[in-house]
Unconditional design. Structure first.
Length: 448
């Protein structure tokens, strides 16, 4: 496998720009002008039986890849104090030491994590600008999640691989981060669109800011619908199976899929065949013996780990995904990658490297779960979400998209294919997979 590396040149300065907040209320459009996509019961695509269509490259036992992307947590916030990992208990705020304090995963407050907010947090490379005057206290961002609330995540890290040099791909919120997960680029989008329909389904006049020449948000930006190549196109070209499991809401056009922003996917045959919702359908499909060769899984609102949801159910959701695969016939040939799309405004002490004008951004955690993942291994290799695509490309010899994926590290250090496949050990959860399947959808993740 390839072992491309991120350059370690620090980002040091850029002009600030006032962030335009997107409205929090859902935009309700007349049903007369909407084209329904699928029923709320989920897209009824015909799934294959889980039989691989293309063999992996010689030496690789991985026939299935699952990428799980959660929301808005920095490494220092979620894995603070994890043995052997790089975290701190005291941060810096404008040169003043600030102890990190425990804040519940279910705390109802949210933090600024816009592109301009990122530059403020960075503070010309000092990593001490995370305080916000609108928060009580202003140093609210200097916090970590109590370990007993995220035991499922720590259990996975203790058994498999935890990366402490995983950086979010972009320097801003979730929308561009999810595009990097599927395409290794965001079309230079730096923020979330200014309506609640994110992608080609957005109403006319919707725009998303793009990167300006000085690193600021260039307004008004562009319509959030592009036609660049994605990992799905590489898979389609080889006849390989893929699925993107997304959250849904009471409005059938508000679906939490990054592929909604890719025109030829949204308006092609792949949309109804491979974009599946609600996301809990993944659990049902795997239980029934169905798994695509490549799968992306994103959460709904209450299971997203996003600050402000008032919920601490994210770890149970992720553990349910892992347990479903672990207890299935697919375990011995699967690699599961779990990450968080952006830092969410939480403090992190590690200065990110520079690859290009878009990033990467601050550290986020990454977990690698597989019978071939190294046991209790801390990866100090620099990673970012385009590396998931690189892993897929290298595992099946697919070439690359010519975007960030072409040089991204492919997580090769996290695996040992010479070791015997380790048997799966069930991850303890507070709720069952069946209970999650029966829950009513809580809507798409806040995802900003």
């Amino acid at each position: 496998m390839g072992t491309g590396h991120l350059r370690s040149t620090p980002i040091v300065s850029v002009a600030m720009f006032v962030h335009r907040k997107r409205a929090s209320a859902l935009l309700i459009l007349s049903a007369a002008i909407l084209v329904p996509l699928c029923s709320l019961a989920g897209c009824k695509a015909t799934l294959n039986s889980g039989s691989p269509t293309v063999s992996p490259v010689a030496g690789s036992p991985i026939q299935y890849v699952v990428v799980v992307m959660q929301e808005n947590r920095s490494f220092d916030n979620l894995f603070n104090g994890f043995p052997g990992a790089d975290s701190v208990q005291v941060g810096m705020s404008l040169g003043t030491p600030v102890p990190l304090v425990p804040i519940s995963l279910a705390d109802p407050r949210d933090l600024d994590h816009s592109h301009p907010g990122w530059w403020q947090d960075l503070d010309n490379g000092k990593m001490d600008g995370f305080a916000r005057s609108n928060m009580n206290p202003p140093t609210f961002a200097y916090a970590y999640v109590p370990h007993d609330e995220i035991q499922a995540y720590w259990t996975m890290a203790q058994q498999y691989v935890l990366g402490d040099r995983m950086f979010q791909s972009n320097t801003g919120p979730s929308f561009p981060a999810h595009l990097y997960m599927i395409a290794g680029q965001s079309g230079l989008a730096t923020e979330a669109p200014d309506s609640d329909y994110w992608g080609c389904d957005a109403p006319a006049g919707t725009t998303v800011p793009v990167l300006g020449p000085d690193g600021t948000d260039l307004l008004p930006g562009v319509f959030p619908c592009w036609d660049y190549a994605t990992a799905a196109d590489l898979l389609d070209a080889k006849g390989m199976s893929w699925r993107y499991y997304a959250s849904a809401s009471t409005n059938p056009l508000i679906v939490g899929s990054a592929y909604d922003a890719i025109r030829h996917i949204r308006y092609g045959a792949d949309w109804n065949a491979n974009v599946i919702y609600p996301q809990t359908q993944f659990l049902t499909d795997v239980q029934n013996g169905h798994l695509a060769e490549v799968t992306w899984v994103t959460p709904d609102y209450l299971h997203s780990d996003h600050p402000g949801t008032g919920s601490a159910e994210g770890p149970d959701w992720v553990a349910a995904v892992v347990n479903a695969v672990g207890l299935s016939k697919f375990w011995n040939s699967t690699a599961i990658f779990i990450t968080w799309d952006d830092w969410g405004g939480w403090y992190d002490h590690v200065l990110p490297p520079t690859v290009d004008a878009m990033g990467p951004g601050f550290r986020v955690p990454v977990l690698v779960v597989s019978p071939y993942a190294k046991q209790a291994y801390i990866s100090h290799q620099e990673h970012e979400a385009s590396g998931f695509i690189a892993f897929i490309e290298h595992n099946w010899g697919l070439g690359n998209l010519g975007a960030r994926d072409a040089t991204a590290d492919d997580f090769a250090d996290c695996f040992d294919y010479t070791q015997k496949a380790r048997p799966f050990i069930l991850i303890t959860t507070k709720t069952t997979a069946d209970a999650l399947i029966k829950e009513k959808p809580s809507g798409p993740p806040d995802d900003d």
